[in-house]
Design a protein around this ligand. Structure first.
Ligand code: NAG
Ligand code: NAG
Ligand code: NAG
Ligand code: NAG
Ligand code: NAG
Ligand code: CU
Length: 684
């Protein structure tokens, strides 16, 4: 596909513009940049991952132990030490570099910390005895999904349905928790699909079969063949261009990108500088992309001012809404169970990211601790277009004034593909100081096979939409929770809620009977900061109470949310207890280095005892402290036919916007980017 597009572009440029040189230049830009310089928040390098592997295996040699690595990542350095070292880079006060490791060693879950600066130093090693299990490894899922294909009763079931087992592929699903009190075992549900005639396996489930595998013993422990449901047909499910039959829609017109001065950003190590922004792009095998120490240059005071210490997606909860035996358990936590970072996929140059993008690779530990390399995992690019600000002045006689500034944004993009769904995760930065995190969904619906081909045949609740013959797209939600550790001009911040309220005029002082005004409150405690959005108008901001503008407003950043989604499950329902961080759209907590994962550290089969909802019961003070804002982006998904066989991008974004942070419009003196003529090219 890449080659085809290059040929196409080359053809266009050769015949119309003869701009071959530019194309060659652009092609070189696609190449991966080396990351060199170090920063205390850099993700573990390949060498460091190997060091962790040898250190842990030195303590637990595989000759006498079974060791599986379920999480290897950077142990967050002490924040105060880190900030100090960043503000005086020449001092030698760099925080020590330590890895945090979760490993299942001889069937017990260990939490280890490992020194990354000396070989063979395990700093701590404790057992996790509580509920919940670590993030799954890719390798154990691969082994588990191969089990049915050599399991006699399953082969019988396949035969009974008249299917060919070499056309069957299986997929693994976490089982959730439904109130049982015994500790239980690490198990996965396995579902199988028919690929005969399509690559779109998710829409061809072989339903009616229940398979449960114990993944420590790596064997099937429950098997039931309940009912033979028709497998939805392959027709109209294919999405590969090479397998689709003509006619195709008319081809969209070609386009070209050209930045004669090169990209406007520079990446040194993992630190990116662009326009007035500077920040660190990190990676975590569980969180995916992590944005840290974002600061913005303020020309009025000639210095960079801190905005966001850390931003990442802490958890993603996807509960399906079909209570029947084959579906009730489907209540997934894509970060804690499957590893959002581990599920990142290589980006396709030119399509996932434009030609002028730069790419970053990532490394994570495989099950045996060996570093795994993911090429082109993150891309960074500038996006042109749109208006930064404008005005046409028509009120001054005999003068025509029109001032328009066009805008450029910087995008940091990654794609996380967890099974059927693709999550496009963007962090957009703007010269105006806004940060716009965006999520776009694509991929396949999870389909339930039914013996129904038309809506008229539906009796009772099918728990979804009939999106194609024999295919129900089951109702579900996507809830993403962002961890946003603001440091507005310093670590000590407050959370301010400004309510917009109606005032009635009753004393004849105005011809109006009503108007609205605001009343602000500094939110004092965690309990008071739990907010359900959309019920009454309000503005939410993180401010620095000890920093004021020249007119006396507290400097701050505002959360401009998207349409709020509230959970529809009852609070005592087991999935909702595990995903209780969705009970509110906004939460604020005091910064706590170990409270990183809103659904808990051990999420597989968790029981909701380590969630944001539990932490905040402490009702800690959040006033004039280092605080973290947690924001839930929710989507209730009622599938429709256009989502089939593959869903066009569904996007949602929110904005973190400076509010009395600058003295005035910070892009007043930012001129529009120049528009260049394509070099050496005339009009066709
Ligand atoms: C596989 O697909 C072909 C064509 O679509 C069909 O003729 C054949 O019966 C299918 N076989 C199985 C085992 O589903
Ligand atoms: C089953 O599928 C395989 C591979 O697709 C094919 O080679 C084989 O002939 C099929 N067997 C039957 C009985 O259709
Ligand atoms: C407001 O004006 C109305 C009509 O002029 C009058 O009847 C009423 O008493 C006034 N109310 C007050 C509170 O002055
Ligand atoms: C939390 O603490 C605040 C005072 O800091 C208090 O007003 C509020 O009632 C407390 N809420 C709960 C649920 O304890
Ligand atoms: C920090 O988080 C840990 C883990 O949730 C908790 O045990 C501890 O009490 C928290 N510390 C404070 C000061 O809240
Ligand atoms: Cu969906």
């Amino acid at each position: 596909m890449i080659m085809k597009v290059w040929q196409l572009l080359a053809l266009v440029t050769l015949t119309l513009f003869s701009c071959v040189e530019v194309e060659v230049e652009a092609e070189e830009e696609v190449s991966t940049r080396a990351w060199q310089l170090t920063h205390p928040l850099d993700p573990l390098s390949q060498q460091e991952l190997t060091l962790v592997q040898t250190t842990v295996l030195n303590k637990y040699p595989t000759a006498t132990n079974t060791v599986f690595f379920h999480y290897v990542g950077l142990q967050d350095p002490d924040k105060a030490t880190l900030l100090k070292s960043l503000s005086s880079p020449r001092s030698h006060s760099q925080p020590p570099r330590t890895a945090f490791v979760i490993a299942i060693i001889n069937s017990q879950t260990h939490q280890l910390t490992v020194n990354l600066q000396l070989p063979n130093v395990v700093l701590s090693d404790t057992l996790h005895r509580g509920t919940g299990f670590p993030t799954l490894t890719v390798e154990e899922q691969t082994e588990a999904i191969a089990l049915p294909l050599k399991y006699g009763p399953f082969l019988e079931s396949v035969k009974k349905r008249g299917l060919n087992v070499s056309e069957v592929v299986c997929s693994s699903f976490t089982v959730g928790w439904y109130g049982q009190t015994e500790r239980g075992r690490r198990v996965l549900r396995i579902e199988c699909f028919l690929k005969n005639g399509t690559a779109n396996i998710y829409v061809r489930p072989i339903n009616g079969i229940v398979i449960l595998a114990d993944i420590d013993r790596m064997e099937i422990v429950v098997y039931r063949d309940n009912a033979v449901e028709p497998v939805p047909k392959a027709e109209n499910t294919e999405y590969r261009a090479s397998h689709l039959k003509p006619p195709f829609s008319p081809r969209l017109h070609s386009y070209a990108f050209h930045q004669p001065q090169g990209p406007g950003f520079t990446i040194r190590g993992h630190t990116l500088s662009w326009a007035n922004w500077k920040f660190h792009i990190g990676y975590d095998v569980r969180a995916g992309v992590v944005i840290s120490t974002a600061s913005i240059y303020d020309p009025e005071v000639h210095k960079s001012r801190s905005v966001l210490y850390r931003g990442y997606i802490s958890e993603l909860f996807v509960p399906y809404q079909d209570p029947t035996e084959e579906w009730y358990y489907k209540t997934f936590f894509d970060a804690g169970e499957f590893g959002f970072g581990q599920s990142m996929v290589s980006l396709e140059p030119l399509h996932d990211c434009p030609p002028h993008a730069q790419f970053l690779d990532v490394y994570f530990a495989g099950r045996d601790g060996t570093p795994q390399h993911l090429k082109n995992a993150i891309c960074v690019f500038e996006k042109y277009g749109g208006i930064s600000w404008r005005h046409t002045e028509t009120g001054i006689p005999n003068e025509e004034i029109r001032e328009v500034r066009s805008d450029v944004s910087l995008i940091v993009r990654s794609v996380v593909t967890v099974g059927n769904y693709d999550n496009v995760i963007d962090w957009e930065f703007k010269p105006s100081g806004s940060i716009k995190p965006a999520i776009s969904l694509s991929g396949m619906l999870e389909i339930k096979a039914v013996d129904i081909t038309h809506k008229d045949q539906i009796k009772g609740d099918q728990h979804g939409t009939l999106v194609s013959e024999n295919s129900i797209g089951v109702y579900h939600d996507h809830y993403y929770i962002y961890h946003l550790d603001f440091d507005i001009d310093g670590v000590d911040n407050s959370f301010v809620k400004t309510n917009l309220k109606t005032v009635q005029v009753t004393d004849n002082s105005s011809k109006r009977k009503s108007y609205w005004t605001t009343s602000s409150e500094v939110v004092k405690s965690e309990s008071d900061a739990k907010i359900k959005l959309g019920l009454s108008p309000c503005e939410l901001a993180v401010v620095n109470p000890s920093k004021k503008t020249s007119t006396g407003n507290e400097v701050g950043y505002r959360l401009i949310p998207n349409a709020a989604a509230h959970p529809l499950l009852t609070e005592d329902d087991y999935p909702q207890r595990r995903g209780a961080f969705t009970n509110y759209n906004v939460w604020v907590t005091p910064y706590n280095k170990t409270q990183k994962w809103a659904g808990g550290l051990y999420v597989d089969q968790s029981r909701g005892d380590d969630t944001l909802a539990v932490w905040t019961k402490q009702n800690r003070s959040i006033e004039n402290k280092d605080i973290v804002l947690w924001y839930v982006v929710g989507i209730h998904h009622v599938p429709c036919q256009e989502d089939f066989p593959i869903m066009p991008l569904l996007s949602t974004e929110f904005e973190l916007r400076p509010t009395n942070f600058f003295e005035r419009n910070p892009v007043l003196k930012t001129l529009s980017p120049g528009i260049v003529k394509w070099p050496g090219c005339g009009k066709p």
